[in-house]
Ligand binder design. Sequence first.
Ligand code: 5RP
Length: 235
Amino acid sequence: MSQASQIDPAKLAAARAAVALVQDGMRLGLGTGSTASVMVRELAARVAAEGLTLRCAATSKATAGLAESLGLTVESLDAIGWLDMTIDGADEVDPQLHLIKGGGAAHLREKIVAAASDRMVVIADPGKVVETLGAFPLPVEVLQFGFETTRKLIRRALDGLDLGERDVLQRLAGSDALVTDEGNFILDLHLGEIPDPAALSRALQGIPGIVEHGLFLGMCDLAIIGREDGSVVEL
Ligand code: 5RP
């Protein structure tokens, strides 16, 4: 089977539709994950075919490596300063375009890059669309210092929101703790559902050891959902 035929057609459709929004001269944020990787490949192919001049910032070391290997020039976010558009994947998208991100442990950089973009475009397959966020465990990036204390404070915050008795599990890479690009740990909050994402976001933001959580509220401007037949739906 060729590499092209192994690509999920829904992810490919969403990626192609997003890459079609790219214009010459744009400053772009490149997301992280399998869908974003398809997008980076499509983008590199378009740049090569049409000779577009772009300035790109990556949301992870993995994406930077992939983009550079395909001939895209990647600069630091600070060198570019501000972005016209970021294209990224998501773990969940709700009808308000609120997101859960961080399944690839990159939500800290992803949120910084999205916040520095005029427009955040999410690309996803239909399995990511939900009525209520929370079936996907919510990633929270925490400092290594005081890690267990931070975990206790998160449990206490969940109790205060009547989200108690839920698992707060450290993400592993094999048998070791997963360490993010920024040198932090990840806790995955298994909540089942998040009835009030804004309240949970506020509660988590008040805990000192948390660097960033994976709720993206009011940040996504457009979600492009690809389908198996190659069509897309925009939310
Ligand atoms: C990485 C992310 C990804 O965008 C998210 O996990 C979706 O990944 P995939 O496209 O592989 O399903 O937030 O931190």
